[in-house]
Design a protein around this ligand. Structure first.
Ligand SMILES: Cc1ncc(COP(=O)(O)O)c(C=O)c1O
Length: 369
Protein backbone atom coordinates (compact mmCIF):
# COMPACT_ATOMS: atom_id res chain seq x y z
CA UNK A 1 0.00 0.00 0.00
CA UNK A 2 1.34 3.38 -1.08
CA UNK A 3 0.41 5.11 2.19
CA UNK A 4 2.70 2.79 4.21
CA UNK A 5 5.67 4.33 2.39
CA UNK A 6 4.96 7.84 3.64
CA UNK A 7 6.21 8.03 7.20
CA UNK A 8 3.81 9.51 9.73
CA UNK A 9 0.90 9.76 7.26
CA UNK A 10 -2.47 10.31 8.97
CA UNK A 11 -4.37 7.24 7.81
CA UNK A 12 -8.04 7.49 6.96
CA UNK A 13 -7.89 4.56 4.57
CA UNK A 14 -8.46 1.38 6.55
CA UNK A 15 -11.89 0.33 7.78
CA UNK A 16 -10.25 -1.12 10.85
CA UNK A 17 -11.70 0.17 14.13
CA UNK A 18 -9.36 1.09 16.96
CA UNK A 19 -11.22 -1.21 19.42
CA UNK A 20 -9.88 -4.30 21.16
CA UNK A 21 -11.80 -7.62 21.23
CA UNK A 22 -14.01 -7.33 24.37
CA UNK A 23 -12.68 -8.76 27.62
CA UNK A 24 -15.46 -11.36 28.06
CA UNK A 25 -14.61 -12.93 24.70
CA UNK A 26 -10.87 -13.01 25.43
CA UNK A 27 -11.49 -14.60 28.84
CA UNK A 28 -13.95 -17.13 27.45
CA UNK A 29 -11.48 -18.24 24.81
CA UNK A 30 -8.71 -18.64 27.42
CA UNK A 31 -11.01 -20.94 29.36
CA UNK A 32 -11.77 -23.04 26.28
CA UNK A 33 -8.05 -23.35 25.57
CA UNK A 34 -7.44 -24.59 29.13
CA UNK A 35 -10.41 -26.91 29.47
CA UNK A 36 -11.65 -28.06 26.05
CA UNK A 37 -9.43 -30.90 24.84
CA UNK A 38 -10.89 -30.55 21.33
CA UNK A 39 -10.18 -26.82 21.03
CA UNK A 40 -7.34 -27.38 18.57
CA UNK A 41 -9.23 -29.68 16.18
CA UNK A 42 -11.20 -29.34 12.95
CA UNK A 43 -14.94 -28.86 13.25
CA UNK A 44 -17.68 -30.04 10.92
CA UNK A 45 -17.34 -28.12 7.62
CA UNK A 46 -20.38 -25.97 8.35
CA UNK A 47 -19.19 -25.22 11.87
CA UNK A 48 -19.72 -26.30 15.48
CA UNK A 49 -23.29 -27.40 16.10
CA UNK A 50 -23.45 -25.33 19.30
CA UNK A 51 -22.39 -22.17 17.43
CA UNK A 52 -24.88 -22.81 14.63
CA UNK A 53 -27.63 -23.24 17.25
CA UNK A 54 -26.63 -19.90 18.75
CA UNK A 55 -26.80 -18.37 15.28
CA UNK A 56 -30.34 -19.76 14.87
CA UNK A 57 -31.39 -18.08 18.14
CA UNK A 58 -29.59 -14.83 17.26
CA UNK A 59 -31.13 -14.74 13.78
CA UNK A 60 -34.59 -15.35 15.26
CA UNK A 61 -34.11 -12.53 17.77
CA UNK A 62 -32.88 -10.14 15.07
CA UNK A 63 -35.25 -10.97 12.24
CA UNK A 64 -38.11 -13.03 13.67
CA UNK A 65 -37.31 -15.72 11.09
CA UNK A 66 -36.96 -19.40 12.01
CA UNK A 67 -34.05 -21.20 10.39
CA UNK A 68 -32.49 -24.62 10.92
CA UNK A 69 -28.89 -25.00 12.08
CA UNK A 70 -28.19 -27.95 9.75
CA UNK A 71 -30.15 -26.83 6.72
CA UNK A 72 -29.47 -23.10 6.57
CA UNK A 73 -26.45 -22.03 8.63
CA UNK A 74 -22.83 -22.08 7.50
CA UNK A 75 -20.00 -20.67 9.65
CA UNK A 76 -17.37 -18.95 7.53
CA UNK A 77 -14.04 -17.22 8.06
CA UNK A 78 -15.28 -13.65 7.68
CA UNK A 79 -17.80 -12.27 5.20
CA UNK A 80 -15.02 -12.05 2.60
CA UNK A 81 -14.59 -15.82 2.67
CA UNK A 82 -18.35 -16.32 2.77
CA UNK A 83 -18.81 -14.13 -0.32
CA UNK A 84 -15.94 -15.86 -2.05
CA UNK A 85 -17.63 -19.21 -1.45
CA UNK A 86 -20.94 -17.88 -2.74
CA UNK A 87 -19.51 -16.37 -5.92
CA UNK A 88 -17.46 -19.52 -6.53
CA UNK A 89 -20.61 -21.61 -6.11
CA UNK A 90 -22.97 -19.57 -8.25
CA UNK A 91 -20.87 -18.05 -11.04
CA UNK A 92 -20.16 -19.56 -14.43
CA UNK A 93 -18.00 -17.37 -16.69
CA UNK A 94 -20.03 -14.38 -17.90
CA UNK A 95 -22.68 -14.66 -15.19
CA UNK A 96 -23.70 -11.32 -13.74
CA UNK A 97 -23.95 -9.95 -10.22
CA UNK A 98 -25.64 -6.58 -9.65
CA UNK A 99 -23.67 -4.28 -7.34
CA UNK A 100 -24.73 -0.88 -6.11
CA UNK A 101 -22.46 1.79 -7.51
CA UNK A 102 -20.53 2.83 -5.46
CA UNK A 103 -20.05 -0.50 -3.67
CA UNK A 104 -17.47 -2.34 -1.55
CA UNK A 105 -14.39 -2.64 -3.79
CA UNK A 106 -13.69 -6.30 -2.90
CA UNK A 107 -17.06 -7.38 -4.28
CA UNK A 108 -15.91 -6.21 -7.71
CA UNK A 109 -12.60 -8.05 -7.38
CA UNK A 110 -14.19 -11.28 -6.17
CA UNK A 111 -16.71 -11.41 -9.02
CA UNK A 112 -13.89 -10.80 -11.50
CA UNK A 113 -11.86 -13.61 -9.89
CA UNK A 114 -14.55 -16.10 -10.91
CA UNK A 115 -14.88 -14.61 -14.41
CA UNK A 116 -18.24 -13.14 -13.50
CA UNK A 117 -19.38 -9.70 -14.56
CA UNK A 118 -20.16 -6.94 -12.06
CA UNK A 119 -23.16 -4.97 -13.27
CA UNK A 120 -23.33 -1.51 -11.72
CA UNK A 121 -26.55 -0.12 -10.32
CA UNK A 122 -25.90 3.62 -9.81
CA UNK A 123 -27.07 5.03 -6.49
CA UNK A 124 -28.82 8.39 -6.40
CA UNK A 125 -26.17 10.81 -5.13
CA UNK A 126 -28.59 13.74 -5.21
CA UNK A 127 -30.63 11.86 -2.60
CA UNK A 128 -27.69 10.98 -0.31
CA UNK A 129 -26.86 7.80 -2.22
CA UNK A 130 -30.24 6.11 -1.96
CA UNK A 131 -31.37 3.19 -4.13
CA UNK A 132 -32.90 4.16 -7.47
CA UNK A 133 -35.32 1.25 -7.79
CA UNK A 134 -36.64 2.26 -11.19
CA UNK A 135 -33.22 1.51 -12.72
CA UNK A 136 -33.07 -2.05 -11.36
CA UNK A 137 -35.40 -4.09 -13.64
CA UNK A 138 -33.50 -3.03 -16.76
CA UNK A 139 -30.23 -4.30 -15.31
CA UNK A 140 -31.53 -7.85 -14.92
CA UNK A 141 -30.73 -10.29 -17.72
CA UNK A 142 -30.88 -14.07 -18.06
CA UNK A 143 -27.28 -14.12 -16.78
CA UNK A 144 -28.09 -12.32 -13.51
CA UNK A 145 -27.50 -14.51 -10.47
CA UNK A 146 -27.78 -12.08 -7.58
CA UNK A 147 -27.92 -8.53 -6.24
CA UNK A 148 -25.52 -7.58 -3.43
CA UNK A 149 -26.68 -5.13 -0.77
CA UNK A 150 -24.73 -3.55 2.10
CA UNK A 151 -26.72 -1.37 4.52
CA UNK A 152 -25.39 0.70 6.22
CA UNK A 153 -23.24 0.97 3.16
CA UNK A 154 -19.51 0.96 2.61
CA UNK A 155 -18.39 3.47 1.28
CA UNK A 156 -21.34 5.91 1.61
CA UNK A 157 -22.68 5.17 5.12
CA UNK A 158 -26.21 5.14 3.65
CA UNK A 159 -29.02 3.13 5.24
CA UNK A 160 -31.47 1.92 2.61
CA UNK A 161 -35.12 2.36 3.58
CA UNK A 162 -37.58 -0.46 4.29
CA UNK A 163 -39.71 0.60 1.35
CA UNK A 164 -36.77 0.54 -1.08
CA UNK A 165 -35.53 -2.81 0.21
CA UNK A 166 -38.95 -4.44 0.01
CA UNK A 167 -39.19 -3.33 -3.62
CA UNK A 168 -35.80 -4.92 -4.32
CA UNK A 169 -37.09 -8.11 -2.65
CA UNK A 170 -40.20 -8.15 -4.85
CA UNK A 171 -38.11 -7.69 -8.00
CA UNK A 172 -35.71 -10.47 -6.94
CA UNK A 173 -38.58 -12.90 -6.36
CA UNK A 174 -40.23 -11.92 -9.63
CA UNK A 175 -37.01 -12.65 -11.57
CA UNK A 176 -35.99 -15.56 -9.33
CA UNK A 177 -32.58 -14.15 -8.40
CA UNK A 178 -30.85 -14.06 -5.03
CA UNK A 179 -30.21 -11.09 -2.77
CA UNK A 180 -26.90 -11.31 -0.94
CA UNK A 181 -26.92 -9.16 2.21
CA UNK A 182 -23.35 -8.48 3.31
CA UNK A 183 -23.74 -7.18 6.85
CA UNK A 184 -20.70 -5.97 8.78
CA UNK A 185 -22.24 -2.68 9.95
CA UNK A 186 -25.86 -3.07 11.12
CA UNK A 187 -24.79 -2.51 14.74
CA UNK A 188 -23.48 0.96 13.82
CA UNK A 189 -26.54 3.03 13.05
CA UNK A 190 -26.66 6.59 14.36
CA UNK A 191 -29.51 8.80 13.20
CA UNK A 192 -33.03 7.37 13.25
CA UNK A 193 -32.10 3.97 14.63
CA UNK A 194 -35.56 2.71 13.63
CA UNK A 195 -34.70 3.43 10.03
CA UNK A 196 -32.47 0.38 9.74
CA UNK A 197 -34.37 -2.49 8.17
CA UNK A 198 -33.05 -6.00 7.71
CA UNK A 199 -34.47 -7.47 4.52
CA UNK A 200 -33.70 -10.94 5.90
CA UNK A 201 -36.66 -10.39 8.24
CA UNK A 202 -39.23 -10.84 5.46
CA UNK A 203 -40.53 -14.42 5.49
CA UNK A 204 -41.73 -14.39 1.88
CA UNK A 205 -38.20 -13.54 0.64
CA UNK A 206 -36.51 -16.31 2.67
CA UNK A 207 -35.84 -18.54 -0.36
CA UNK A 208 -34.16 -15.63 -2.17
CA UNK A 209 -31.92 -14.25 0.55
CA UNK A 210 -28.43 -15.06 1.74
CA UNK A 211 -27.61 -13.13 4.91
CA UNK A 212 -23.94 -12.80 5.92
CA UNK A 213 -23.13 -11.40 9.35
CA UNK A 214 -19.55 -10.54 10.26
CA UNK A 215 -18.10 -10.55 13.78
CA UNK A 216 -15.21 -8.36 12.55
CA UNK A 217 -16.57 -4.92 13.40
CA UNK A 218 -19.37 -5.46 15.94
CA UNK A 219 -17.20 -7.63 18.16
CA UNK A 220 -13.84 -6.08 17.18
CA UNK A 221 -12.79 -9.51 15.91
CA UNK A 222 -11.46 -8.70 12.43
CA UNK A 223 -8.33 -10.82 12.93
CA UNK A 224 -10.26 -13.84 14.21
CA UNK A 225 -11.89 -14.20 10.78
CA UNK A 226 -15.41 -15.23 11.73
CA UNK A 227 -18.87 -14.77 10.27
CA UNK A 228 -22.03 -16.73 9.64
CA UNK A 229 -24.27 -17.20 6.64
CA UNK A 230 -27.98 -17.99 6.64
CA UNK A 231 -29.22 -19.21 3.28
CA UNK A 232 -31.66 -21.45 1.41
CA UNK A 233 -31.00 -25.16 2.05
CA UNK A 234 -30.25 -26.06 -1.59
CA UNK A 235 -27.64 -23.30 -1.81
CA UNK A 236 -25.99 -24.35 1.47
CA UNK A 237 -25.72 -27.89 0.09
CA UNK A 238 -23.76 -26.61 -2.94
CA UNK A 239 -21.78 -23.90 -1.10
CA UNK A 240 -20.61 -26.41 1.49
CA UNK A 241 -18.79 -28.38 -1.23
CA UNK A 242 -16.77 -25.27 -2.15
CA UNK A 243 -16.20 -24.28 1.48
CA UNK A 244 -15.06 -27.79 2.46
CA UNK A 245 -12.75 -28.15 -0.55
CA UNK A 246 -11.24 -24.72 0.12
CA UNK A 247 -10.70 -24.60 3.87
CA UNK A 248 -12.45 -27.53 5.60
CA UNK A 249 -13.91 -25.26 8.26
CA UNK A 250 -13.57 -21.82 9.85
CA UNK A 251 -10.84 -21.90 12.56
CA UNK A 252 -12.23 -23.69 15.61
CA UNK A 253 -10.69 -21.24 18.08
CA UNK A 254 -12.55 -18.42 16.36
CA UNK A 255 -15.76 -20.42 16.40
CA UNK A 256 -15.33 -20.86 20.16
CA UNK A 257 -14.83 -17.10 20.42
CA UNK A 258 -18.05 -16.67 18.45
CA UNK A 259 -19.88 -18.93 20.90
CA UNK A 260 -18.73 -16.78 23.80
CA UNK A 261 -19.65 -13.62 21.86
CA UNK A 262 -23.22 -14.75 21.11
CA UNK A 263 -23.99 -16.50 24.39
CA UNK A 264 -23.40 -13.63 26.82
CA UNK A 265 -25.08 -10.25 27.02
CA UNK A 266 -22.72 -7.32 26.57
CA UNK A 267 -23.10 -3.59 26.08
CA UNK A 268 -19.84 -3.15 24.14
CA UNK A 269 -21.69 -2.68 20.81
CA UNK A 270 -23.52 0.34 22.19
CA UNK A 271 -20.22 1.67 23.53
CA UNK A 272 -18.50 1.22 20.14
CA UNK A 273 -21.44 2.84 18.42
CA UNK A 274 -21.42 5.85 20.76
CA UNK A 275 -17.70 6.39 20.22
CA UNK A 276 -18.06 6.07 16.44
CA UNK A 277 -20.96 8.50 16.47
CA UNK A 278 -18.72 11.05 18.23
CA UNK A 279 -16.08 10.55 15.53
CA UNK A 280 -18.74 10.94 12.84
CA UNK A 281 -19.75 14.30 14.29
CA UNK A 282 -16.10 15.37 14.41
CA UNK A 283 -15.23 14.36 10.85
CA UNK A 284 -18.41 15.91 9.41
CA UNK A 285 -17.70 19.15 11.25
CA UNK A 286 -14.10 19.18 9.99
CA UNK A 287 -15.31 18.46 6.44
CA UNK A 288 -17.79 21.33 6.70
CA UNK A 289 -14.83 23.62 7.41
CA UNK A 290 -13.42 22.75 3.97
CA UNK A 291 -16.34 23.63 1.67
CA UNK A 292 -13.94 24.68 -1.09
CA UNK A 293 -12.40 21.17 -1.06
CA UNK A 294 -15.22 18.71 -0.30
CA UNK A 295 -19.03 18.53 -0.55
CA UNK A 296 -20.14 16.08 2.10
CA UNK A 297 -23.42 14.36 2.89
CA UNK A 298 -23.69 13.12 6.47
CA UNK A 299 -23.54 9.31 6.70
CA UNK A 300 -26.24 7.49 8.70
CA UNK A 301 -24.30 4.38 9.71
CA UNK A 302 -21.09 2.32 9.36
CA UNK A 303 -17.97 4.51 9.73
CA UNK A 304 -17.20 6.04 6.36
CA UNK A 305 -17.79 9.39 4.70
CA UNK A 306 -17.73 9.68 0.94
CA UNK A 307 -17.43 13.36 0.03
CA UNK A 308 -17.30 14.72 -3.49
CA UNK A 309 -14.07 16.50 -4.40
CA UNK A 310 -14.78 20.15 -5.12
CA UNK A 311 -11.14 21.31 -5.29
CA UNK A 312 -9.48 21.34 -8.71
CA UNK A 313 -8.21 17.83 -9.56
CA UNK A 314 -7.94 15.41 -12.45
CA UNK A 315 -9.23 12.17 -10.92
CA UNK A 316 -9.70 10.72 -7.45
CA UNK A 317 -6.62 8.50 -7.64
CA UNK A 318 -4.29 11.36 -8.48
CA UNK A 319 -6.01 13.53 -5.88
CA UNK A 320 -5.37 10.85 -3.21
CA UNK A 321 -1.72 10.50 -4.28
CA UNK A 322 -1.27 14.28 -4.10
CA UNK A 323 -2.78 14.40 -0.60
CA UNK A 324 -0.50 11.61 0.53
CA UNK A 325 2.67 13.12 -0.88
CA UNK A 326 1.99 16.77 -0.11
CA UNK A 327 -0.24 16.77 2.98
CA UNK A 328 0.70 13.38 4.45
CA UNK A 329 -2.95 12.32 4.64
CA UNK A 330 -4.01 8.92 3.31
CA UNK A 331 -7.51 8.60 1.82
CA UNK A 332 -9.01 6.02 -0.54
CA UNK A 333 -9.82 7.16 -4.10
CA UNK A 334 -13.53 6.88 -4.84
CA UNK A 335 -12.89 5.21 -8.19
CA UNK A 336 -11.99 1.99 -6.30
CA UNK A 337 -15.69 1.65 -5.40
CA UNK A 338 -17.11 1.64 -8.92
CA UNK A 339 -17.63 4.17 -11.74
CA UNK A 340 -19.89 6.49 -9.68
CA UNK A 341 -17.17 6.74 -7.05
CA UNK A 342 -14.93 8.81 -9.34
CA UNK A 343 -14.38 12.38 -8.10
CA UNK A 344 -14.98 11.28 -4.49
CA UNK A 345 -12.80 9.97 -1.70
CA UNK A 346 -13.59 7.62 1.14
CA UNK A 347 -12.50 8.58 4.63
CA UNK A 348 -12.77 5.98 7.40
CA UNK A 349 -13.52 7.55 10.79
CA UNK A 350 -13.04 4.38 12.86
CA UNK A 351 -9.62 5.73 13.86
CA UNK A 352 -9.16 7.77 17.05
CA UNK A 353 -10.05 11.47 17.23
CA UNK A 354 -6.41 12.52 17.35
CA UNK A 355 -5.83 10.94 13.92
CA UNK A 356 -8.93 12.62 12.47
CA UNK A 357 -7.81 15.99 13.85
CA UNK A 358 -4.24 15.53 12.63
CA UNK A 359 -5.47 14.65 9.13
CA UNK A 360 -7.75 17.68 8.96
CA UNK A 361 -5.20 20.09 10.44
CA UNK A 362 -2.91 19.02 7.62
CA UNK A 363 -5.66 19.27 4.99
CA UNK A 364 -6.55 22.78 6.18
CA UNK A 365 -2.90 23.84 5.96
CA UNK A 366 -2.47 22.28 2.54
CA UNK A 367 -5.56 23.82 1.00
CA UNK A 368 -4.85 27.21 2.58
CA UNK A 369 -1.51 27.19 0.82
C1 LIG B 1 -19.00 -4.37 2.97
C2 LIG B 1 -17.95 -5.20 3.60
N1 LIG B 1 -18.02 -6.54 3.48
C3 LIG B 1 -17.11 -7.34 4.04
C4 LIG B 1 -16.04 -6.81 4.75
C5 LIG B 1 -15.04 -7.75 5.35
O1 LIG B 1 -15.67 -8.47 6.37
P1 LIG B 1 -14.94 -9.69 7.08
O2 LIG B 1 -13.88 -9.14 7.98
O3 LIG B 1 -16.05 -10.37 7.82
O4 LIG B 1 -14.36 -10.55 6.01
C6 LIG B 1 -15.92 -5.43 4.91
C7 LIG B 1 -14.77 -4.86 5.63
O5 LIG B 1 -14.40 -3.72 5.52
C8 LIG B 1 -16.89 -4.61 4.31
O6 LIG B 1 -16.84 -3.27 4.42
Amino acid sequence: MLSARVEGAAMLTWGLPSFRTPEYIRQGVKQYLDEDIDAGKYTLPDGLTELRELVVATHKAKTGIDVDADEHVLISAGNMQGLNTLFHTMLDPGDEIILTDPCFASHIQQINLFSGKPVYWPLDESNNWSLDIDLLPDLITDKTQAIVLVSPSNPTGKIFTEDELIRVGEIAVQHDILIIIDDPYSDFVYDNIDRYFNLASVERFKQHIVYLYSFSKSYAMSGWRLSYMVMPAELKYEALKVHDATMVCAPRISQLAGMVALSQPSDHKQEFSNILNGRRELICQRLDNLPHVFANQKPEGAYYVFPKIIAAHTDSKQFAIDLLNNARVAVTPGSAFGPSGEHHVRLAYCVDEATINLAFDRLEDYFKA
